[in-house]
Design a protein around this ligand. Structure first.
Ligand code: HEC
Length: 628
C-alpha cells in the first residue's frame, strides 16, 4: 500500500513573463532566460512587498532565511491562495511567481528506497499499547504517559536510534500519534504518513489539501488496532480517514470563514469528534484595508462516521458593523476568541472544557482569554471563567500601530494550552490552566468553574508565559515557561524561561529550573524559552526549547538528567537532507523504550527543521525502581 504525493512541476520555456502561468497552473520561468529577472525583479518585489514583515518587522513571520528553505510551489501557493493571499492581492500572478522563484528552492524529488519500508511487517512484533492516540494522551489532557520503560535511572542512556526527514518541509508541528508499532503523523507537504516505529520508514502516505499541523486522533477497532484517523489541515479542512481502504470517510471545511484553520487537535469521544477552530485572521488584519474582524472561535461536534455537524458552539456573538477604521475600511465586532488547543473531555459531568484566545476587535466579549465549559451532548455553554478582561488585539498592533489595531489594544493573553482535568491526592477533581500571561490557574469543576488559586509562574510574553501545554502526574503540575518577547509593561521583569513545578492542590511552587542559554552566534531568534508542550512519565519530565535543546528533568527536583541538541544538520537520510531546529508547539511522545520528537519550526524567526527523531534506551535491562 503506497501512495506518493504528486506535486505538479511544470517546466516550460516561456516567451514572456506574461505567459509565466499556463492554464492557471504555476510554472517556473525558464532559468536560463529569466535567472537575471528572478534575481533582480524578484529581489526588488520581495524588498518592496515582503521584507517589511519578513526581515524582522513582524515577529510571527518566518525570517527570509527560513522562507528560503521552502519550495517555490509552496511560496507561490501561499501568495496565490494561501495565508499570504491578503499580502499579495495587489501583485500580478507573474509578480508572485517571480518572488516565489527568487525565494524558494526546487522541490525534493528523489526519495531514496529507504524512505519506504517496502516490505510486510513481521506480524509477531511486539505491539505497544501506550495511551498515545491523541494529543493530550487521554481525554483529560494530563500529558502523562505511564506505559514506558524510561525512568529517572536510565534516561541518561537515551541514544538517537533513527531519523526520518520529511520532504519539502521547514517545520514539523504534528505530534506523533502511536498505535501498535506505527506512528501516524501529519506533514508540511500536505499529507499524513504512517511510519514504522522500529525502523523510521514510511508504511504508507496519503495526500490531503494542505499542511497537517495538528496531531492525528486514532480510533481503534476491537482488537486494539488503529482503524480510523481524524485530523485537520492548515486551510481549515477536517477529515475522517479509513486505514484499511486507504480512503477518506469524509472531508469537509470545518468553518466557512476563509481564514479558519486547524491548530488544536481534534478529540474523539463516543461517536463524536470534537473540533477546535482557530484562525489566521489576525494576519489578514495587518492589511489596513481588510474589514476587521469577523472570525469567531468555536467547537464543532462532528459525527465521526459522516463528518456532519451535530452542534457548533461559537465563543462570541455574531459580529456587527461598528464603523470605519482610519483608512475607511469597515470595522466589525465582536470577533476572535479562537480555540488553539485540544478540548478536554469530562465524562463524569458530561462537559468539555476549552481555553480561548483574545478578541480581534471591539467590542470585547466575556468569553475571550477564558476557560469555557460546554455540554458534550448539546454544546450549550455551562460556565465561563474569564481571567483577562477587555483583551482586543490583532496582527496590526505591531511596532507601528496599523489601521485595524483596536484602541487601547489588549495584551494578547490567549490560552494556547488546553485546560487539564486532573485529580488531587484529596480525591477532588481540579481543572488547571496556563496562560500566555505566565499565570497558572486552578478551577473547581464541581462548583461552576470557580477559581481555586492562581499563581504568577512566568513573566509572560508574545509566545507565553505558558504557550502550548503543561503536564501533570497528579501531584505536581509541570509548567514550561517561554517568556520570550515580553509585553512592554512587563519588559523590566526578568524572564523565567525554563521548567517550573507547582503543587496541584495549593499552587505552591516546588522547584524551578531556568534553562541555560545555548544561543551564542545564532542567526535565528534563538532563546532558551520553553514554548512547546511538555510531557511527563513516572519520575521524568521532557521538554524541548526554542534553541533546539531537548531536556529530561527530574520530576522530584527539576535537575537536568539528560539533554540533546537537536539544532543540527543530520546529513542525508532517506534521500532527503535532514536538519533539526527549534522545538515549538507539539511535545515529546514516549512509548516503551522510545522517545519521539519533532524539532523544527520556521515561524517567529525560529530555526527551521524537517525531522522526526527517535531515541531509544541503550539498555532496557536497567530496572526502573519506584521506591520513593
Ligand atoms: C504584514 C506582514 C506580512 C507581509 C507584508 C508579508 N507577510 Fe508573509 N507572513 C507573515 C506572517 C505573520 C506569517 C505567518 C503566518 C502564520 O502562519 O500564521 C507569514 C507567512 C508567510 C509564509 C509561510 C507560509 C507557510 O506555509 O507557512 C510565506 C511563504 C510568506 N509569508 C511569504 C510572503 C511573501 C513572499 C510576501 C511578499 C509578497 C509576504 N509574505 C508578505 C507576514 C507578512
Amino acid at each position: 500500500m503506497r501512495s506518493r504525493s504528486s506535486v505538479c512541476w511544470f517546466r516550460t520555456r516561456l516567451l514572456g513573463m506574461s505567459a509565466a502561468l499556463i492554464l492557471g497552473a504555476f510554472s517556473l520561468p525558464n532559468e536560463a532566460v529569466y535567472a537575471e529577472d528572478i534575481l533582480s525583479k524578484g529581489y526588488k518585489l520581495y524588498q518592496q512587498n515582503c521584507a517589511g514583515c519578513h526581515s524582522g518587522g513582524v515577529s510571527e513571520a518566518p525570517l527570509k532565511s527560513a522562507l528560503k528553505r521552502l519550495t517555490v510551489n509552496h511560496i507561490f501557493s501561499a501568495l496565490d491562495k494561501g495565508i499570504m493571499a491578503g499580502q499579495a492581492g495587489h501583485l500580478t500572478k507573474d509578480e508572485r511567481a517571480l518572488i516565489a522563484s527568487f525565494l524558494g528552492v526546487k522541490p525534493t524529488v528523489a526519495k531514496a528506497d529507504s524512505y519506504y519500508c517496502g516490505d510486510v511487517r513481521d506480524a509477531s512484533r511486539k505491539m505497544i499499547s501506550a495511551n498515545t492516540k491523541s494529543w493530550g494522551f487521554g481525554l483529560s489532557n494530563e500529558r502523562m504517559l505511564r506505559d514506558t520503560n524510561i525512568g529517572e535511572e536510565n534516561v541518561g542512556t537515551l541514544t538517537l536510534d533513527w531519523i526520518f526527514a520529511f520532504p519539502n518541509a521547514t517545520r514539523v508541528r504534528s505530534q506523533p500519534t502511536v498505535v501498535g508499532s506505527t506512528i501516524y503523523i501529519g506533514s508540511a507537504d500536505a499529507s499524513i504518513k504512517a511510519i514504522d516505529l522500529e525502523r523510521g520508514c514510511v508504511e504508507w502516505e496519503f495526500s490531503v489539501a494542505a499542511e497537517v499541523r495538528s496531531a492525528i486522533s486514532a480510533d481503534l477497532d476491537d482488537a486494539g488496532n488503529a482503524a480510523h484517523l481524524y485530523f485537520g489541515d492548515i486551510d481549515g479542512n477536517i477529515y475522517g480517514f479509513d486505514i484499511a481502504s486507504q480512503q477518506l470517510l469524509w472531508k469537509r471545511e470545518a468553518d466557512p470563514h476563509p481564514a479558519a484553520t486547524m491548530t488544536g487537535s481534534m478529540v474523539l469521544h463516543g461517536d463524536k469528534v470534537f473540533v477546535p477552530v482557530s484562525s489566521l485572521e489576525i494576519v489578514l488584519a495587518a492589511n489596513p484595508k481588510y474589514e476587521c474582524c469577523v472570525f469567531r472561535g468555536s467547537i464543532i461536534a462532528v459525527d465521526k462516521n459522516t463528518g456532519k455537524t451535530i452542534w457548533q458552539t461559537f465563543t462570541t456573538e455574531k459580529p456587527e458593523l461598528q464603523g470605519l477604521n482610519t483608512v475607511g475600511a469597515k470595522r466589525y465586532g465582536p470577533s476572535g476568541a479562537p480555540i488553539w488547543s485540544s478540548p478536554t473531555i469530562d465524562t463524569k459531568r458530561g462537559f468539555l472544557y476549552v481555553g480561548t484566545g483574545e478578541n480581534y476587535s471591539r467590542p470585547t466579549s466575556d468569553t475571550s482569554d477564558a476557560i469555557m465549559a460546554m455540554s458534550l451532548e448539546t454544546g450549550e455553554i455551562q460556565w465561563i471563567n474569564q481571567v483577562t478582561l477587555d483583551d482586543a488585539w490583532n496582527g496590526s498592533c505591531g511596532r507601528k500601530k496599523g489601521a485595524n489595531c483596536p484602541e487601547n489594544p489588549g495584551p494578547d493573553f490567549d490560552f494556547g494550552a488546553p485546560p487539564i482535568l486532573t485529580v488531587g491526592k484529596d480525591g477532588k477533581d481540579i481543572i488547571l490552566a496556563g496562560q500566555k500571561s505566565g499565570r497558572v490557574y486552578a478551577f473547581d469543576p464541581e462548583n461552576g468553574g470557580k477559581m481555586l488559586w492562581q499563581k504568577q509562574v512566568g513573566r509572560g510574553g508574545i509566545m507565553g508565559g505558558v504557550h502550548w501545554g503543561m503536564a501533570t502526574d497528579r501531584e505536581r503540575l509541570y509548567v514550561p515557561i517561554s517568556d520570550v518577547s515580553a509585553y512592554k509593561r512587563d519588559a523590566h521583569k526578568p524572564a523565567k524561561s525554563g521548567l517550573h513545578a507547582v503543587d496541584i492542590i495549593t499552587g505552591d511552587p516546588l522547584w524551578s529550573t531556568l534553562t541555560d542559554d545555548n544561543c551564542s552566534d545564532e542567526k535565528w531568534n534563538c532563546s532558551p524559552a520553553l514554548s512547546a508542550a511538555a510531557t511527563v512519565v513516572p519520575g521524568v519530565v521532557f521538554a524541548g526549547g526554542l534553541d533546539g535543546m531537548l531536556r529530561a528533568f527530574s520530576a522530584d527536583t527539576g535537575a537536568v538528567l539528560w539533554e540533546f541538541n537537536a539544532r543540527q544538520d543530520f546529513g542525508t537520510v532517506n534521500g532527503i537532507e535532514a536538519f533539526g531546529g527549534s522545538f515549538d508547539s507539539d511535545g515529546p511522545v514516549i512509548v516503551g523504550d522510545r522517545l519521539l520528537v519533532t524539532p523544527g519550526y520556521d515561524k517567529w524567526g525560529l530555526a527551521p527543521g524537517n525531522v522526526l527523531l527517535s531515541f531509544k534506551l541503550k539498555s532496557t535491562a536497567v530496572p526502573v525502581s519506584k521506591e520513593k
